[in-house]
Design a protein around this ligand. Structure first.
Ligand SMILES: Cc1cc2nc3c(=O)[nH]c(=O)nc-3n(C[C@H](O)[C@H](O)[C@H](O)COP(=O)(O)O)c2cc1C
Length: 171
């Protein structure tokens, strides 16, 4: 088992693309959050926005990995209506507390990532130790490496991984 778990929700694959790149850089374990129902069709976007903005969770497949087994987490998720997407909310609710220190990797088409971070902070009860926000355009044009490289390099220190292990550290 690695020190870091990257836990990822990605509906169309953009977040996943960056999170998998980060996985290699960090030598981390990786898990996709799988929703119980596929979001398809013209109403899926509206329903997703509504669920997210109302602070709703959704049904997800049983997690294979648990936050408590790791020294640190990276939460990789898209911005949904300036709120936490229901699948990541569900995963976080299923984990015990306290959670290990964590960083956030947020993707979005435009703006609002800080609101997402605030929602994560509220749910976990502690702020992220580092964060990176990327736009769909940066990802589609492969214009994110210049931002991802320093982010990845900062994580061992930001997440306390450069210290010897003295039991589990909380967020
Ligand atoms: C339901 C829903 C709501 C969204 N709300 C926002 C938003 O408020 N602001 C924004 O910039 N992007 C918003 N987006 C766009 C996504 O954050 C963006 O496309 C993201 O990169 C998608 O990641 P994915 O491909 O990993 O699913 C929304 C997307 C969906 C599906």
């Amino acid at each position: 088992m690695k020190d870091v778990l990257i836990i990822c929700y990605s509906r169309t694959g953009l977040t996943r693309q960056v999170a998998l790149d980060l996985r290699v850089r960090l030598d981390a374990d990786f898990e996709d959050i799988r929703e119980g129902h596929r979001r398809r069709g013209p109403l899926a976007y509206l329903w997703g926005r509504r669920q997210a903005s109302r602070g709703m969770a959704c049904e997800i497949a049983q997690p294979l990995r648990w936050a408590a087994d790791y020294r640190a987490l990276v939460l990789a998720l898209p911005n949904w209506a300036g709120a936490l997407c229901p699948a990541m909310r569900a995963w976080l609710l299923e984990q015990g507390r306290p959670l290990p220190p964590y960083a956030t990797l947020i993707t979005q088409s435009d703006s609002g990532a800080d609101q997402v971070r605030a929602a994560v902070t509220q749910l976990i009860g502690a702020p992220d130790r580092a964060h990176l926000c990327l736009t769909d355009r940066q990802i589609a044009e492969q214009d994110f490496h210049a931002a991802l490289t320093p982010f990845a390099r900062s994580l061992p220190s930001a997440l306390g991984l450069t210290q010897p292990t003295k039991g589990r550290k909380s967020a």
